[in-house]
Design a binder for this molecule. Structure first.
Ligand code: CO
Length: 429
């Protein structure tokens, strides 16, 4: 895929994915177009060589792969891990907050958003409706794109010191989103969601609603050097993983992309990286427990997640030696507290994959006075015993409602991940 087509495809994917479940729906549609078949955990997971398959758990996590020509016990698995969720706000149950004649809804914080960035933007909601019909409970998606909601900031005259002291947010008192001066209530928003999903309001027995910013993702900067979008952490890496899986095609080893929900809240959910979703799929693909255990020391994972690019206006926040630049190539992330999985061997593995396709790599290490975040890498690697490297593309404003990345890095990351899945680079046991 040419770089400009790849970038357009990423922007479309970002716009089509206001929630983790919708991201998984987009990924599944893309897999179907490329000859992948959905398998069910409740059915058989047998996959003869060359089988293109995917499995969805609880609508918001997905594992997709291509069965290799050799048995997993002989060649191991080549894996890319990423996460489908992103920080933000979820509508609370009983959300009506009518104050001073203005209707508003109360929200809960999900993960660690930069809350100040959500203020004064044209916001909307997306999510799912749980429908109670004669034959049980089912789910329908909805996506509203009209700017029906606002998290409004106080005027400068009410908070004179805001530029000097920073815009402080009381997550309970300041975040209710306003939407009407004519007495409308939350149920009016719910009815709008029902119309969007084409379902009957009377059938709605439950719902899950996330606030999102419907401003489209764009290529920005004078020469299109940047990507400006919400949810780049970590939908950009989900997209790169999908592209790499399709481009790599069938090889000797079974390839897997494992995209989990719940990373931003600690991964301990039924379909997070802390669950046994990956382990059970690998064991069933290996066909028996002994073969599965033999496959482990031969497997390699790239845990792909956004990295902090050097911010020119905050350059002092970075390590003096490792200064990853936007459009400078994928970043290998290293941490002595083992919050990233990269080791001497696995870092060399990733940089060798990069070298083979002509891509430069950069390194990230945090300052000792500024602890770093983490990824799904240590969660899956410590449990399964699979060797892993943490890498990601450099970005600015991570966890802002509108993040910034380098447009050239995306194609570079796809190349390296494709090389990894092709399995041409060996890694001693
Ligand atoms: Co992330």
């Amino acid at each position: 895929m040419k770089d400009d087509i790849l970038l357009r495809d990423l922007l479309d994917f970002l716009d089509g994915s206001p929630t983790a479940s919708l991201a998984v729906s987009c990924l599944a549609a893309r897999l179907q177009e490329n000859g992948f078949t959905r398998l069910e955990e409740s059915g058989g997971l047998s996959a003869p060589p060359g089988t293109r398959f995917y499995i969805v758990r609880s609508s918001s996590s997905i594992i997709a792969g291509i069965a290799g020509a050799q048995p997993a016990r002989d060649t191991g698995f080549r894996i890319i891990g990423a996460h489908t969720d992103f920080p933000g706000f979820r509508v609370k149950p009983c959300p009506d907050r009518k104050t001073e004649g203005i209707s508003a809804i109360g929200v809960e914080v999900y993960g660690g958003p930069i809350m100040a960035t959500w203020f004064d933007r044209d916001l909307s909601v997306a999510g799912t409706l749980a429908l109670s019909r004669g034959d049980g409970i089912s789910r329908a998606h909805f996506v509203l794109r009209d700017p029906i909601l606002r998290m409004a900031s106080p005027a400068i005259h009410l908070e004179r010191e805001t530029n000097k002291d920073g815009f402080k947010v009381d997550a309970e008192k300041n975040t209710p989103l306003i939407f009407s001066t004519s007495g409308a209530a939350f149920d009016d928003i719910l009815c709008m969601a029902c119309r969007n999903a084409d379902v009957d309001r009377a059938e709605v027995a439950g719902w899950s609603m996330e606030v999102w910013d419907p401003q489209p993702a764009v290529a920005g900067g004078l020469d299109g050097d940047f990507i400006f979008s919400g949810r780049l952490d970590n939908l950009a890496m989900c997209h790169a993983a999908l592209e790499a899986l399709i481009l790599a095609g069938e090889g000797p080893s079974t390839t897997l992309i494992t995209l989990f929900n719940s990373e931003e809240v600690g991964s301990r959910t039924l379909n997070g990286a802390g669950s046994l979703f990956l382990d059970s799929v690998m064991e069933r693909l290996a066909e028996d427990r002994e073969s599965y255990f033999r496959s482990i020391p031969r497997s390699v994972q790239v845990s792909a997640d956004g990295a902090h690019g050097l911010h020119p206006n905050y350059a002092g926040k970075h390590d003096p030696g490792c200064r990853p630049l936007l459009n400078g190539g994928p970043v290998i992330k290293v941490n002595a507290q083992e919050r990233y999985t990269s080791t001497d061997l696995t870092s060399a593995y990733f940089s060798t994959c990069a070298q083979r396709c002509g891509v430069e790599v950069q390194y990230f290490v945090s300052r000792n006075d500024m602890p770093c975040g983490s990824t799904i890498g240590p969660v899956t690697s410590s449990r399964t015993g699979i060797r892993s490297v943490d890498a990601g593309n450099p970005m600015l404003s991570m966890h802002s409602v509108r993040e910034t990345a380098g447009a050239k890095d995306h194609g570079a990351m796809v190349k390296v991940l494709t090389e990894h899945l092709r399995g041409g680079v060996g890694l001693a046991d």
